[in-house]
Design a protein around this ligand. Structure first.
Ligand SMILES: *Cc1c(COP(=O)(O)O)cnc(C)c1O
Ligand SMILES: [Zn+2]
Length: 443
């Protein structure tokens, strides 16, 4: 079987198509975003049961490249790249954590946290980056003149791009907003020897600059405006369904900034639905930081209008974005999935992360945003006790130790930490240690 995919303009009145090996990010006629479309008729020639068996036979096995949970779905994601050009770090297959104790506290029977941050570069961005960098390698092997790959980032896309380009030996350039990413995120591209530009602007400012730099075709744009990345990110939904033994959760909650991921998650479920692998769709929830909430504002007006905002500084730095690139795709997905957008304040996100950490998780601030939104929706009765709920944890808490430290030492200005807890300094003497233990255990 020969599976095909192409870029297609999302404007229904246009429908222009381009090859996946074309260097094109927006429609050349109407300037709309593009999305990858697949030859669904060809894919439907295999039955749902055959697809499930194929995916199960590959999942977390060792046959290159199919053990990666992204490439294990290659036919549905990026069929035409040659396996020898695939740049993979064995993506996906991340734990679906049963948040039993946290669920109990919130009054939920069936709460799960998808640990997407347990990834090569510590965030879920690896899922899309493996597709993009593999396609770059494919294009280079076909003689396309690409000198480097570039992205603007709030810290995770840059870390992922840098790692994958270093794996492949392809030069990369990352554009970061100065002092707005964590120390770990700043260090990641530097360790890989990638040109790291620290710019005195915010993410939206970096995005404008990188788009200018990528006007010339020899520097390839790796931002999620490039819809190759969405194809990889949509495997989050594939994987969730597979991990639940082909059952669909009732709610999926994901923090949103540039809004590529909420679109991607919708796209994944829709594709499984269209191929008959599932027979219902979940409700999608996009969680935004109150300080960078343009989608939330639009949702409040039934998506009738959309205005970009000037994003304010937020602890959830990876979603500090005021002018999201994938806005139209996100609205389309939310409308198709009976979607909800909710926001979280700085205090709410910090305390939601800290509360979850008490039950054994180690949450990044963005996961905190999603958890805070979960709590609000439970409080309002939108999410009910018996619902199967998945919170997408987007990055590893270890990338945000500064945030965790401040939360638990109650040193975030303007926020009262409900879970302050510090190391106890005691002299290295038995009596002092015993007293400290007695105080903690209340003996
Ligand atoms: C990129 C990112 C998000 C948001 O994804 P978008 O597609 O930009 O909406 C959320 N959390 C983390 C940790 C991220 O890196
Ligand atoms: Zn068009």
């Amino acid at each position: 079987m020969e599976f095909k995919a192409w870029f297609q303009c999302i404007n229904p009145e246009c429908d222009n198509r381009y090859e996946l090996t074309d260097i094109v990010y927006r429609c050349r006629d109407c300037n709309e975003l593009l999305e990858v479309q697949h030859d669904m008729d060809e894919l439907k020639k295999r039955s749902a049961i055959e697809w499930k068996e194929l995916f199960e036979s590959r999942y977390r096995k060792n046959k290159w490249p199919y053990g990666s949970s992204v490439w294990g779905k290659k036919e549905l994601v990026c069929p035409m790249v040659d396996n020898e050009n695939i740049v993979s770090t064995y993506e996906g297959g991340t734990n679906l954590f049963w948040a039993d104790r946290l669920g109990d506290q919130l009054g939920l029977d069936d709460l799960w946290v998808k640990q997407c941050g347990m990834a090569h570069s510590g965030s879920f961005k690896d899922l899309g980056m493996t597709i993009l960098v593999s396609m770059v390698k494919q294009m280079m092997s076909q003689g396309k003149n690409i000198k480097a790959v570039a992205c603007a980032s709030t810290g995770d896309t840059s870390a992922s791009l840098a790692a994958y380009c270093a794996v492949a030996g392809i030069p990369a350039i990352v554009f970061l907003p100065k002092d707005k990413v964590s120390l770990t995120q700043l260090i990641q591209p530097i360790t890989h020897g990638v040109l790291t530009l620290s710019l005195d602007t915010d993410f939206d400012g970096c995005m404008k600059l990188v788009r200018e730099v990528c006007q010339n075709d020899d520097i390839y744009l790796a931002n999620s405006m490039n819809s190759l990345r969405i194809e990889g990110q949509k495997t989050i939904s594939f994987e969730l369904v597979q991990q639940f033994n082909w059952e669909v959760p009732d709610f999926v909650i994901v923090p949103g900034g540039n809004l590529g991921n909420v679109s991607a998650i919708g796209k994944g479920f829709q594709m499984f639905y269209d191929l008959g692998l599932i027979d219902k769709l979940p409700r999608l929830v996009c969680a935004q930081a109150e300080r960078a909430n343009p989608l939330y504002r639009s949702f409040k007006q039934d998506f009738k209008t959309f205005e970009p905002v000037q994003a304010q500084q937020t602890l959830a730095s990876a979603i500090q974005i005021g002018d999201p690139v994938s806005i139209k795709k996100a609205i389309r997905a939310l409308q198709a999935f009976d979607g909800i957008v909710e926001e979280a304040t700085e205090g709410e996100l910090a305390n939601a992360a800290s509360k979850a950490n008490r039950t054994g998780l180690l949450c990044c601030p963005h996961t905190g945003v999603a958890l805070a939104v979960l709590e609000k929706l439970v409080g309002r009765g939108v999410i009910k006790k018996k619902d199967k709920v998945v919170v997408i944890s987007t990055a590893n808490g270890l990338k945000f130790t500064d945030f965790l430290f401040k939360c638990h030492t109650d040193t975030i200005p303007g926020i009262e930490s409900e879970y302050a807890f510090e190391a106890v300094e005691v002299p290295a003497k038995y009596e002092a240690v015993r007293d400290a233990i007695q105080e903690k255990l209340g003996a």
